[in-house]
Design a binder for this molecule. Structure first.
Ligand SMILES: NC(=O)c1ccc[n+]([C@@H]2O[C@H](COP(=O)([O-])OP(=O)(O)OC[C@H]3O[C@@H](n4cnc5c(N)ncnc54)[C@H](OP(=O)(O)O)[C@@H]3O)[C@@H](O)[C@H]2O)c1
Length: 176
């Protein structure tokens, strides 16, 4: 299974603007279009519970979203089998269980979850939209003092300029 990380980030490295979890308030129209398009091409999605709690996640027939949490019971009433499932699994366990069932997995964040999969060397590709904004505070793209270059060192991303404001989409293919 190919694991593809997708994130939008401010120029100074945050995936939320301060404490506001609503990412759609600051991402560009072009990033929203890119995000909708890439999601439409995949059927299997993974995210952490804090991203799920941020509110923008909906179940969709024909797709499976796994929400990682140490406490799946807390979410039992929200589970929709086969579409929205809450699991307590490590990145390695998830890859083992679902790797033979799905060809691709979109890794939708947030920072704690991206970091876990990158540290486990399970991420194959990264799509990173960099918005021309400075937040000075917020949820960092990566946790545990990691920086993206710890995982992309020496890799030249393919860069697409998405609009006149200089929103940039970087596509990394990681060495494994
Ligand atoms: N700009 C973007 O592209 C983007 C993308 C995604 C999210 N976000 C934002 O990022 C924020 C959340 O990011 P975050 O880094 O704080 O958290 P997160 O990665 O969304 O969620 C982390 C939580 O998920 C659970 N979890 C993760 N891996 C697990 C595992 N292997 N096993 C069991 N549980 C696991 C744990 O919660 P439990 O306490 O439930 O165990 C953990 O505290 C939100 O505000 C969201 O809006 C932004």
């Amino acid at each position: 299974m190919k694991i593809i990380m997708v994130a939008a980030v401010s120029q100074d490295g945050y995936i939320t603007k301060g404490t506001d979890p609503d990412v759609s308030k600051w991402t560009s129209t072009e990033d929203k279009e890119f995000f909708a398009k890439i999601k439409s091409k995949h059927r299997f999605f993974v995210m952490g519970s804090k991203t799920y709690d941020s509110g923008a996640v909906i179940a969709k027939p024909g797709t499976l979203k796994i929400i990682l949490t140490k406490n799946p019971k807390k979410y039992a009433s929200q589970q929709i089998d086969g579409q929205l499932e809450f699991e307590n699994l490590s990145a390695q366990e998830l890859n083992k269980i679902y790797g033979s069932k799905y060809k691709t997995c979109l890794l939708l964040g947030g920072g704690i979850t991206y970091t876990e999969f990158l540290e486990a060397n399970l991420v194959d590709e990264i799509y990173l939209t960099v918005e021309p904004l400075e937040f000075k505070s917020g949820t960092p793209l990566l946790a545990n003092t990691n920086t993206l270059s710890d995982f992309t060192d020496g890799i030249e991303p393919e860069i697409t300029v998405l609009n006149n404001s200089n929103t940039v989409l970087k596509h990394y293919i990681l060495k494994k």
